[in-house]
Design a protein around this ligand. Structure first.
Ligand SMILES: [Zn+2]
Length: 181
């Protein structure tokens, strides 16, 4: 088990559509990879993590939603496809590839998604609220779209200075981690 480095805004892999997973090819390493992904996500308090956020060109993501008085809702989506979208919500969103940045993003309120689960079996997910938001956010990642890319152009331009400042901070954090112990 290991905590992986999360790619940040500006790294090319985040802007590239990921490759469809051939389940038989990743089967052997999948359990270890998923453990790492959940661990990495939990370590920084995220609700979702796409494979390309840790530098892997795979159409695969994990989501974990913490709920009051209930077990967390954990799900693995491999090769997800959006089947239906309805309604609309407009809520604050953040992203592990943009630590410290939040923006209001327009999303569908309800979604239906088909995917394979961690066993390679087809699943159909009906989600709303936070879960629907996480699914749309992670599936966007797999298509090479970050949440900032969902903002209207004017809002994106306004965010530029804040992003540049954040980039400087992330660089310092990454460099300090690379120093020998
Ligand atoms: Zn994200």
């Amino acid at each position: 088990m290991a905590i992986r480095r999360i790619c940040k805004y500006g790294e090319k892999i985040l802007d590239k559509k990921t490759r469809t997973v051939v389940f038989s090819e990743i089967k052997k390493d999948l359990a270890a990879l998923l453990t790492d992904m959940f661990e990495t996500m939990e370590a920084v308090g995220g609700a979702g993590l796409a494979a390309n956020q840790i530098g892997l060109d795979l159409r695969l993501a994990v989501i974990r939603i913490h709920r009051e008085n209930e077990e967390p809702l954990s799900i693995v989506i491999i090769n997800p496809e959006m089947v239906e979208k309805s309604g609309s919500m407009y809520e604050d969103e953040g992203c592990l590839s943009f630590p410290g940045l939040f923006a209001k993003i327009r999303r569908a309120a309800k979604v239906k998604v088909r995917a394979l689960n961690e066993k390679g079996l087809p699943i159909e997910i009906n989600a709303e609220g936070l879960f629907a938001k996480a699914l749309q956010h992670e599936m966007d990642h797999l298509d090479g779209i970050t949440f900032v890319g969902r903002l209207p152009l004017m809002s994106r331009l306004k965010l530029k200075p804040a992003l540049m400042k954040l980039k400087g901070q992330w660089k310092k954090i990454d460099e300090s981690k690379m120093k020998p112990m």
